[in-house]
Structure formats: structure tokens, C-alpha cells
Design a binder for this molecule. Structure first.
Ligand SMILES: Cc1cc2nc3c(=O)[nH]c(=O)nc-3n(C[C@H](O)[C@H](O)[C@H](O)COP(=O)(O)O)c2cc1C
Length: 357
């Protein structure tokens, strides 16, 4: 029997039945016991209890996407997003991170970094940076491109970003700054703003510290949406790729946040590899889900089911061949647009191969 779930858009999404023996209170996901709204084991956050009354009116009514494709450097570029949109009409697409300084210093060349075909809506721009003036200016410049949300990267552990660059995951050490940054970003755009972060960084990894981070950001800015990559980041000794598989996933932090910040929207990210796992996580209480690698490596099997399974919309009607034919029209139209080999055939074809992975 299928279960009807009311989505944020007010529609009913049909989800597969619960696995035998599972209950709505808890389920096994990648071997981790995922805790639902009551989140036993993660006690209520004291900082949150203090702030609860003051934040009760901050709702704002914005409902972020039920399903989104994660920002991924060198992967979720215009080409991939075009292909993704041909497969799913409703998934939200996040751009690769664009560094604020790049936007500010490339003011005469912004289309190369920020332009996208209108069909890619709903689309979110992810910005990276740690300089308030540049974040503000970059947002102001990006605002002209009509993204649907602006997101700040507080989760990237790469040495280039969190080390030399001093931003990405490192920003989680300084919630005060992130609050100011989000305030500056929000003041320079007319769309909702969000933060993508880890559940912690290095030894700063308790649930209380995560709550303090969220609490500080919402108290200093209009941010009401956090994407929670449910692993902590280790800034020393692990590569970015290892940082996506070595630290254990702790989904219980996500569910505890849902409990402790009812007026804030949280998206769950990390380790979801199939459409069934997307459905299961929503059925078990996740409000919103973001998928990265699986949406890139296997777009047909992941994105091809999102519209029906998550949004309750009619099943896709296009075949892979038809999607490729439409992608070819896009490829022909864009080839060489930014110079003799920008983009080139190799970059365009790389994405096509994914359809048959
Ligand atoms: C190649 C690659 C590049 C990534 N680049 C970014 C990025 O630019 N910004 C960001 O916030 N996360 C980035 N991530 C992390 C993803 O957004 C996501 O949080 C992570 O892959 C976990 O989700 P998954 O298990 O569904 O893949 C990247 C991940 C990969 C694999």
C-alpha cells in the first residue's frame, strides 16, 4: 500500500510502504539508526530553549524545496543542470560554489559565471567567501540574474577553501561572522537566503555547538533555511573526498534540529544514494532532502523519479533518447559561446555519458 504524504507545496506525494518491521519513529538508514522528530539520544538544546520565545515570530512563510540537487564544484555546471532539468521539472538545482571575489573581480564577464537558461529555474546560487564587503557586492551583482535563493557555503573542507581561503567549513567556527555575512547577503538580494553547513568541524562537533551556530545565524539575519550535511568536517588530515565518507553520518542531529527549531527549515543531506532512500527519509520525517553524488552519477535513476515520487506529479514521458536529442540542441547552441573552446565538445559530452551510467 502506498502512503500519501502532504508536501510543502500542498500536493500529495506517493511514497512506497514502510519496510516490514519499521515504525514511523525510527528507521535504519545506511546502518545508522535514524531518529525521527522526538530524536531520543540528542537532548534539547539549552541555547535554543533560551532563544525559543524570541524567534517565534520569525517564520516568514518561505518553504524551501522538498528535493534539491547539491552544489558540486566542476559537476553542477550549466551543462549538467541543463541535463538535470530535462529529466526532472521539479527538483531544485544548486550551482557549483562561485567565490564572491570571482564575481566582484569579473564584473565585465559575469555571464560566464552567473548566466543560466531560464528553464533551469528553480535554481539556487551558492556563494563562497569570508569577506563581508565582497559577499555583499557579489550578492548585489548576482541579484540581477534572478536566482531563486542565495546560499552560503559553510561546509567545504578543501584546503584551498577552508585553509588558504579561510571560508567553507571553517566558517562554522565563527557563527557570529556567518550571521553578519547572511545579513549582508540578505540585504543585497530580494530572494530567500540559506546556509549549507556540516554538523560540526574538528572538535567543534557537539549538538549544542550546532544549535548555537543555527541560533546565532537566525538571530543576526533573516536566514530560515539550513542544509545540513550530516557529517562533521575534519580540516586536517582528510581530503575533501574522504570528508564525504570517513566521518560517520549522524542523521539524528538533523532530526533533533527539526525538533528544536520548529520555525526554521532544514534540508537533510549526505549519503542518500537511491530514490527509495529519498522517499524513505521523507516518510520517516525528513522535511526536505538534498542529493549530491547520486544525482550526478546516476541522473536517470535518481532525478527520473523525483517528480512522481517526491512531488506526486505525473511520471516522466520522455525516453533517454529524447532527452539526449534535446540536450544536443542545447549543446549546439552553446558551443564556443565564451571563446573558441568554451565550452568544448568534451565538456558537453561528459554529461551525456552519465545518462547511460
Ligand atoms: C565533486 C564534488 C564537489 C562538491 N562541491 C561542493 C560545493 O561547491 N559546495 C558545497 O557546499 N558542497 C560541495 N560538495 C558536497 C555536496 O554538496 C554534498 O554535500 C556531499 O556530496 C554529500 O552529499 P551526497 O552524499 O548526496 O553526495 C561537493 C561534492 C562533490 C562530490
Amino acid at each position: 500500500m502506498a502512503i500519501a504524504v502532504r508536501s510543502a507545496a500542498g500536493r500529495h506525494a506517493l511514497l512506497p510502504p514502510l519496510a516490514p518491521g519499521s515504525s514511523p519513529g525510527a528507521f535504519l538508514f545506511h546502518g545508522c539508526r535514524v531518529l525521527s522528530q522526538r530524536a531520543p539520544g540528542v537532548g534539547p538544546c539549552p541555547a535554543r530553549a533560551r532563544a525559543a520565545s524570541s524567534s517565534a515570530t520569525r517564520g516568514g512563510g518561505y518553504l524551501p524545496p522538498l528535493f534539491s540537487v547539491a552544489p558540486m564544484m566542476d559537476w553542477t555546471d550549466n551543462h549538467y543542470r541543463t541535463l538535470a532539468r530535462l529529466i526532472s521539472k521539479h527538483a531544485w538545482l544548486y550551482t557549483e560554489m562561485v567565490v564572491a571575489e570571482t564575481i566582484v573581480h569579473q564584473q565585465d564577464n559575469l555571464d560566464r559565471f552567473l548566466a543560466f537558461p531560464a528553464e533551469q529555474h528553480p535554481i539556487v546560487l551558492q556563494i563562497g567567501g569570508s569577506n563581508l564587503d565582497n559577499l555583499a557586492k557579489a550578492t548585489e551583482l548576482a541579484n540581477a540574474y534572478s536566482y531563486d535563493e542565495i546560499n552560503l557555503n559553510c561546509g567545504c573542507p578543501s584546503g584551498r577553501v577552508a585553509g588558504h581561503g579561510c571560508f567553507g567549513a571553517r566558517l562554522m567556527f565563527d557563527p557570529e561572522f556567518v550571521g553578519d555575512a547572511m545579513s549582508a547577503i540578505a540585504a543585497n538580494c530580494n530572494v530567500p537566503v540559506s546556509v549549507k553547513c556540516r554538523i560540526g568541524v574538528d572538535d567543534c562537533d557537539s549538538y549544542e555547538q550546532l544549535c548555537e551556530f543555527v541560533d546565532k545565524v537566525i538571530s543576526k539575519s533573516p536566514t530560515r533555511h539550513f542544509i545540513i550535511h550530516a557529517r562533521k568536517a575534519l580540516l586536517r588530515g582528510l581530503s575533501p573526498a574522504e570528508n564525504r565518507k570517513v566521518p560517520p553520518l549522524k542523521y539524528e542531529y538533523y532530526f533533533a534540529l527539526l525538533r528544536d527549531f520548529p520555525d526554521v527549515q532544514f534540508t537533510l543531506n549526505g549519503g542518500i544514494t537511491t530514490i527509495d532512500q529519498v522517499s524513505a527519509s521523507i516518510r520517516q520525517g525528513a522535511h526536505r532532502v538534498m542529493v549530491g553524488r547520486a544525482a550526478y552519477n546516476n541522473p536517470w535513476n535518481m532525478l527520473g523519479h523525483v517528480d512522481s515520487e517526491v512531488y506526486g506529479m505525473p511520471t516522466r514521458h520522455s525516453s533517454r533518447r529524447q532527452i539526449l536529442e534535446r540536450y544536443q540542441i542545447y549543446g549546439d547552441s552553446i558551443m564556443g559561446q565564451y571563446g573558441p573552446s568554451r565550452p568544448n565538445v568534451r565538456q558537453l559530452v561528459k554529461i551525456r555519458i552519465l545518462l547511460y551510467a
